[in-house]
Design a protein around this ligand. Sequence first.
Ligand SMILES: NC(=O)c1ccc[n+]([C@@H]2O[C@H](COP(=O)([O-])OP(=O)(O)OC[C@H]3O[C@@H](n4cnc5c(N)ncnc54)[C@H](O)[C@@H]3O)[C@@H](O)[C@H]2O)c1
Length: 341
Amino acid sequence: MSTMIEIKHNLQSFIIQHNFSSIVIIADETVWNYYPNYFDFIKEKKIIIPIIISEKIKNLATCELIWQKMSDAQVDREALCINFGGGIISDIGGFAASIYKRGIKVVNIPTTLLAMIDAAIGGKNGINFNHIKNMIGTFHFPEKVFIDKNFLKTLTHNELLNGFGELIKYALITKRDLWNEIKQIPSLSADEIKQTWIDKAVSFKAEVVKIDPFDKNERQILNVGHTIGHAIESFYLKKGDEISHGNAVAIGTVFEIYLSNYKKLVSTKLAEEISNFIKRFFTIPTFTKTESLEIASYISNDKKTMLQTVFLPLLNDIGKISLKQKVEIAEIVEILQNDLR
Ligand SMILES: NC(=O)c1ccc[n+]([C@@H]2O[C@H](COP(=O)([O-])OP(=O)(O)OC[C@H]3O[C@@H](n4cnc5c(N)ncnc54)[C@H](O)[C@@H]3O)[C@@H](O)[C@H]2O)c1
């Protein structure tokens, strides 16, 4: 495993090579407090923008604050923006950087498991709008992503779980060996998360993004568990009872696996194996008809929807996904009312 020092050294070499006019560090304040000396090696032209994060600050007002600070410091187009934190920071920092002076270069240093394997890689960024997650955003690919698993040591169990929800998704969509390894995990801790699992998830995503950078076709394989998961995430956000992205994806995966089985795409045996594994770590809620309709309404707002029908990727087998499966919104409303606990 690379050490923090080696990774910092790579970052330092990258910065020296490029001779940026200034370095803007958009930092999660909590992470900054844990690692206050991380950027001490940058001696000059360093602008630090600490942000106290929550999903609620992923909005235009926070972007304005970032732009104001950049503008006050006369940050120009030759600057580098370093996003130092989890997915909220890479999403909002990436978005702010992508349109500041029509776009400045970005480097991500993800500090959560979720950001390491997903949010900080792949070039998507964005902010929430009208209670809808990531409604406004751009594609702006980071120049580099420096992944240091050591940051996981200070992450709370809940945040580790958040990333684990997304890691399970990778285990379902990539080669079977990742699933075979992950399903043996005795319990969840930073030490139990193997560097090779992170590497496999990252290289799978990189491969898919390379084929389909702007999410037109193949990239939709990454949306397994996400159509229902995102809607559930928006539902709880609106209620003021926020749940993490990875938790929402894990719940979404259980409902989508059920849907896949209902549509005779995946065997009952595998559907049960996957659901039972997810349920070892995550609690699956039950929804009333009214709640199911509300969750489905978020799917109707989703860009993948056409009228009363949604097209989503459904699992056939580990590593085998049928993209763009047509599902009626009414079917999702039905599925959501099942007690899958
Ligand atoms: N753009 C994408 O492709 C993409 C993909 C998935 C998720 N997302 C977005 O990512 C966001 C969620 O990001 P997240 O789950 O990484 O978490 P986060 O950024 O919300 O951070 C979670 C918590 O962990 C803390 N934290 C972060 N790193 C830490 C560390 N090393 N030690 C101690 N505490 C630490 C933070 O302060 C925060 O309290 C959501 O807004 C979601 O929409 C984006």
